[in-house]
Ligand binder design. Structure first.
Ligand code: KIV
Length: 255
């Protein structure tokens, strides 16, 4: 399938079988997740935190993203491969399109950016060039410093209207799906019912959106130093690594 066909197939999942999406940042993880049957792989700018060791995603550059998108693309996933446009790589429509093209040249099949109404023109510039775009609303990690932390969204009528208007502007500009991050459950459920593209939730309460996205290190238990409250690990790779190192030390050093 071409990237546009994959994006159309994603859009057609609205209200159907829930979408299962995960982040991936490297070749082996992408390959394993894709072999497992995941629908969407996102090379998220969360890589700044869970791979590169930064405090937050505001330190991630386009060069970081290109390096990791290329690694994931080498796995030739059947899943739709989305690459995040990092902070300040889409400050105006021309920049947004030029940098979306760079992500595509590195192997992304779609790009994701954060924000609603203020990003609509940039989304339109990218979708008009035939590149699928996924939106991201609710808690916006690239704005964590202005926001003073990771806060729940969609709690008041004003906040709900802000997300609704943002989502509609993104849909009008041609997005094929929208990620909702940390939008409270009832608001996620209500807006998912109203909006015409798939809403993929993280920290919104499982079952409230058209699908879920998780950071792969949260699912795999491989980043134990910070685990978000909504994460539901299905493995303990950190524990398995400690055990393997213990056994290796015993083998090599005999203690
Ligand atoms: O960067 C990322 O991993 C994301 C997910 C949290 C959706 O944007």
């Amino acid at each position: 399938m071409t990237p546009l066909q994959k994006a159309d197939a994603l859009r057609a999942r609205k209200g159907g079988q829930p979408i299962a999406a995960l982040t991936a940042y490297d070749y082996p993880t992408a390959r394993l997740l894709d072999e497992g049957g995941i629908d969407v792989l996102l090379v998220g700018d969360s890589l700044g935190m869970v791979v590169l060791g930064f405090e937050d995603t505001t330190h991630v550059t386009l060069d970081h993203m290109l390096h990791h998108v290329a690694a994931v693309a080498r796995a030739k996933p059947r899943a739709l491969l989305i690459g995040d446009l990092p902070i300040h790589s889409y400050d105006d429509p021309e920049m947004a399109l030029a940098n979306a093209r760079k992500l595509v040249a590195a192997g992304a099949e779609a790009v994701k950016l954060e924000g609603g109404v203020r990003q609509a023109e940039k989304v339109r510039a990218i979708t008009s060039a035939g590149i699928p775009v996924v939106g991201h609303l609710g808690m916006l990690p690239q704005r964590v410093l202005e926001e003073g932390g990771y806060k729940k969204k969609g709690k008041t009528p004003e906040q709900i209207e802000f997300i609704r208007e943002g989502a509609q502007a993104l849909i009008d500009a041609g997005v094929c799906a929208i990620v909702f991050e940390s939008v409270i459950g009832p608001t996620s459920k209500q807006l998912t019912r109203e909006l015409s593209v798939p809403i993929i939730g993280i920290g919104c309460g499982e079952g409230n959106c058209d699908g879920e996205i998780a950071v792969c290190t949260d699912l795999l238990g491989s980043y134990p130093w910070f685990v978000p409250p909504f994460a539901k690990p299905e493995a303990d790779l950190a524990g398995a690594t400690h055990t393997a190192v213990e056994r290796y030390l015993a083998r090599v050093q005999g203690n």
